[in-house]
Design a protein around this ligand. Sequence first.
Ligand code: HEC
Length: 181
Amino acid sequence: MSRRLILALCTSLPIACAADADADTAGSGETDTEDGGGSTGAAFDEDATIARALAYTTTLTQVNAESRPSQHGLASTVNVWADDGALAAYLALDPAAPGAAPTWSPDALLVKEHLDGGGVPTGLTVMAQGDPDATSDGWWWARLDVDGTVHETGQVGFCISCHTPVEASGWAFGVPLDNRR
Ligand code: HEC
């Protein structure tokens, strides 16, 4: 990120500035350009969120009963997992009857697990609440491989545009009632 851009951000986002000063001393050669918004993730800990997502099999709850084909590319079938804070809100969503947006917990975490044709997990798409830079009501978006390789993070345009039809119900589609555990 250019110093001029950082200065511009400092003027408009004092909080981002404070974190940026830390980042500058902690590590030169910053490579985090994928969020594209000039965000430094000031009040949102991307690394911690990625770690939470990658631990999904031990800390999150699988919502669906059967793995099912998905509109997400790159996957033969998918499973959806939610953290304890997000679970009740997520279960309240019925894709057949979209209603009002649930109240998401401040660090709600939803993980969609992509499986290949053999049922082997390959990647994760992640929605996490708490991004102060969000253009999507607090949601932060990411696509990871299960080995931890990070692809897109932040306000990812193609995630957001495809989820915009369910903006009114909290940006998540939900799992059909007949496919719950
Ligand atoms: C082609 C449209 C499309 C795109 C692009 C897309 N999604 Fe989704 N997403 C869906 C649909 C539809 C569902 C509902 C489950 C299903 O049918 O697969 C879903 C479900 C999810 C879920 C489970 C929570 C829910 O909505 O029920 C997460 C998490 C998720 N997507 C994250 C992402 C992320 C992150 C990206 C970008 C990397 C992304 N999605 C891109 C269409 C899309």
